[in-house]
Design a protein around this ligand. Structure first.
Ligand code: PEP
Length: 250
């Protein structure tokens, strides 16, 4: 059974005090779900401070990116083991903003994913097409190619720790969500690709999140789709009220 993962990607938002306040509010409103998993991915600067607040709670801690080298002269970069050291369980790799703004290509995403797995982090690998690619009818080909390239030389056993997030670029931060039917169709295509790569057991066990303007008013319909196993949430994860409503999806 796939346990849905509701993850908040805070991007470049929240000071220490703002992040702590948000976490306190989330913890207060979380309730006792055993059928879903919750994760927050604050900026690097807040990870160490939030760790003690989240320890022994149902909210896991994750980072928004990682570098693939272990250590060395890589100014500004953060190594996978450093994330483990501050209590991270998950790390996002290949977010479209990393791909578009910082130039991460599929090969880089694949290296980051391997580096995360090597230290026991669970990578959330983001894939997604642009608007022109969708309009040209290339969405499925683009996304499934990103899946194949990002998972290059990842073993079936390692897939137990991998989460995939389908995030159409045109839906991120725009308020323009994919319809539940379009999202489901892409998730099914991603799962079919996993089936080709790893067989049915792995394909059926890997969680595929949807991301792109997930909000309180569309989360229920999206989460009702058979191949959507949670959400990667940007804007709506920055306020406790909206993220809690997303966490409490029906
Ligand atoms: C994201 O940052 O991954 C995202 C999906 O953002 P938003 O929910 O704001 O569209």
């Amino acid at each position: 059974m796939r346990i849905p993962l509701l993850a908040g990607n805070w991007k470049m938002h929240k000071t220490l005090s703002e992040g702590s306040a948000l976490v306190e509010e989330l913890l207060a409103g979380l309730g006792n779900h055993t059928d879903r998993e919750v994760l927050v991915c604050p900026p690097y600067t807040a990870l160490a401070a939030l760790r003690p607040l989240l320890e022994n709670t149902p909210i896991a801690l994750g980072a928004q990116d990682v570098y693939f080298e272990k250590q060395g002269a890589f100014t500004g970069a953060i190594a996978p083991a450093m994330l483990v050291d501050v209590g991270c369980r998950y790390v996002i790799v290949g977010h479209s903003e990393r791909r578009e703004v910082f130039g991460d290509d599929d090969a880089t995403v694949n290296r980051k994913l391997h580096a995360a797995l090597e230290v026991g982090l669970r990578p959330i690998m983001c894939v997604g097409e642009s608007k022109p690619q969708r309009d040209a009818g290339q969405a499925e080909a683009i996304v499934t190619a990103q899946v194949r390239a990002g998972l290059h030389q990842v073993s079936a056993a390692q897939m137990a720790d991998v989460v995939i997030a389908y995030e159409p670029i045109w839906a991120i931060g725009t308020g323009d969500t994919a319809t539940a039917a379009d999202a489901q169709a892409m998730h099914a295509a991603i799962r079919a690709t996993l089936n080709e790569l790893y067989g049915q057991d792995v394909a059926e066990s890997v969680r595929i999140q949807y991301g792109g303007s997930v909000k309180p008013d569309n989360v229920d319909e999206l989460m009702a789709q058979p191949d959507i196993d949670g959400a990667l949430v940007g804007g709506a994860s920055l306020k406790a009220e909206s993220f809690l409503r997303i966490i409490h999806f029906q």
